[in-house]
Write a protein that binds this ligand. Structure first.
Ligand code: GYE
Length: 334
């Protein structure tokens, strides 16, 4: 063997040694690749996942960011995995199935629709993975199918919007209701609370009610069609979220109508652009629905892991914004 070959063999040996060494260093011991429940490796870190339904619109982006930020604050204890179902319930179901297959230690789930998750809950249970619902409900029993649900009181949100509107209009209005995604617990409850409240006044009438899927673009489109059909009969808009309200405001303006004045606009969420619209006088009120779930979600998980008994529901306290306080809160809004 000549000197060149000898040196080359030596070089190959050194390289092989180096590669296997790097390989050892990089290997995530008990990390997000599996075996997490059992191993407790990676310095004892647990892999916790958040299965988000979509990440469009300020509310959802604020929620995702809050979860990511809180995970980062607790990075000594947790690895964090995030999935985005891009607005499709079927994808969200398969996202959760994948997380179960990866053997994560716990799953936070913001279920797009109430139905469709029961077999996933069973699979998680069989794998001993706790599921905590955040922001919306899913069909099933707390303490059995999932640990608990952390959310706002959506019926109360609808009631507060209805009560405010009845007061402002002396119990007489032609109302357009823009509803959230059909099949979501939020849309049902926000409708129910509102109807219960306006039902107390004989002349509070819903003249049109349609699903606009919680988005601004759909809110605008649906509102354009309703304006064509109903015109001046519209004196108020109740939107299940601020994005749809802002879409409706754009449609009303384009039709030469006067949102905030001739047509009162009330919705739910409390995002920055809604508070700005209130300050500008184009929108009237919004019931807060807090999207910043990170701290309470992780605190709840830790209580569960310590073996504490949790209530079936954990309800966030929300505020109410109108012309009297929008300027005070606009800077802290998302
Ligand atoms: O109000 C809306 C979002 O589930 C409470 O969903 C949440 C709602 C929120 O898209 O803006």
């Amino acid at each position: 063997m000549n000197l060149f070959l000898k040196n080359r063999n030596l070089l190959v040996l050194i390289m092989l040694f180096a590669v296997s060494f790097i390989g050892c260093e990089r290997k995530p011991a008990g990390g997000s690749t599996g075996g997490d429940n059992a191993s407790g490796g990676d310095g004892g870190k647990k892999t916790v996942a958040f299965a988000q339904m979509e990440n469009t619109g300020p509310w959802r982006i604020a929620e995702s960011n809050s979860m990511k930020e809180e995970a980062a604050k607790r990075a000594d204890k947790y690895n964090f995995v995030y999935t985005d179902a891009q607005g499709t319930t079927a994808k969200q179901v398969s996202d959760v199935e994948d997380l179960i297959a990866r053997k994560v230690s716990a799953i936070f789930l913001a279920p797009r629709e109430a139905e469709g998750f029961s077999s996933t809950f069973q699979a998680a249970k069989a794998a001993n993975i706790p599921v905590i619902l955040i922001d919306r409900e899913a069909t099933g029993t707390a303490g059995v199918d999932f640990v608990t649900v952390i959310k706002s009181d959506f019926i109360k949100e609808g009631q507060r919007a209805g009560e405010w509107l009845a007061k402002q209009t002396n119990g007489k209005a032609g109302i357009v209701e823009l509803k959230g995604t059909t099949g979501s617990s939020v849309a049902n409850d926000r409708s129910k609370g509102f109807m219960d409240e306006i039902g107390k006044s004989a002349e509070m009438k819903i003249i049109a009610s349609q699903d606009a899927n919680f988005t601004r673009a759909e809110g605008q489109k649906v509102m354009e069609n309703i304006i064509q059909a109903q015109g001046k009969a519209i004196t108020a808009v109740y939107a299940h979220n601020d994005e749809m309200a802002l879409g409706a405001i754009a449609a009303l303006k384009a039709a030469g109508m006067n949102p905030g004045k001739d047509v009162l606009v009330v919705s739910v969420d409390g995002q920055k652009s809604a508070l700005q619209a209130i300050i500008a006088g184009e929108m009237n009120a919004t019931v807060e629905c807090n999207p910043r779930f990170g701290p309470i979600a992780f605190d709840t998980l830790e209580k569960h892991l310590r073996g504490e008994k949790l209530p079936a529901q954990i309800i966030n306290e929300d505020r109410f914004f109108d012309a009297s306080n929008a300027a005070q809160f606009v800077n802290e809004a998302y």
